[in-house]
Unconditional design. Sequence first.
Length: 315
Amino acid sequence: SLSLLDTNLPAEAETELRGFIAKRLAKGAVFEGMGNVATVDLSIPECKVGCYYCLFQQESLLETATLESDINAPEYVVCFLGGSEKEDTFRLELDKYIQSLKLSLDLEQKTLEACVNPYLRSWFENSICPIQRVVQLFQEKLAFLLHAALSYTPVEVKNADERTEKDISRFLAAASLQGLVQEGTMTSLCIAMTEEQHKSMVVDCTGAQPQLHNAGSNRFCEDWMHAFVNGAEGGNPFLFRQVLENFKLKAIQDINNLKRFIRQAEMNHYALFKCYMFLKNCGSGDILLKIVKVEHAEMPEARNVVTVLEEFMRE
């Protein structure tokens, strides 16, 4: 059975939502700590809404319960409702949001009213809006932030309030290729970029507009910056996330194309020229070359091709 702890839904809609969640739980289709997104019919003006829901157990009780104990830790389901299923693009952020709730949750009534309720009500501001806020804060300087995320350059934020610092950190995490390139490659790139530059890119938020030091950019990041800035007028946070996903997808496509050209160039001098022209014209040759250099470090023939490409690019 499901008991209601807190909601800001009308009573009828809340009952319908509870029925929907109960059916999902009965089917065994909900796993602890892993959020799901679905469309739900509710008796509110929007009719169909997107619902993110996540099952979790209370952390403090989990720690004290032993395997031999007959006491089951109580389980809770959190639901966030939005205009459509677009919440799915933010599912990982919302999963992390629930994890933070687990760590601090103590469901005494006093704590529920003082801590949990405000935390739950700020889900949209804290999980969905950071990318939008960063775009509005950086404007044309966003190209430097995109370049830092793509090249694994360390970023140091100074003189910013806590929310802005968290927003920038979340933006960099969302814009990086983490999870899309091999983990070993990512680690090696982080080490290589830190050693090469000796210092982080510094974002100073003292004034109304952030000031950047040791920042780099390229044509690829500048083109995508315009896509973000042009979308800022509509103020739709889901649009910004979609642009960010497209940015990463294009970067991965370029990396895969370059790898294919390098494999061909091991046996064909014309393909080597194609590699060079691709690097010149893609707008992100500086970053792509670093990524493939790390990935091909243990492959002698491919490494030779990359060395020649580096010489061409320097000239």
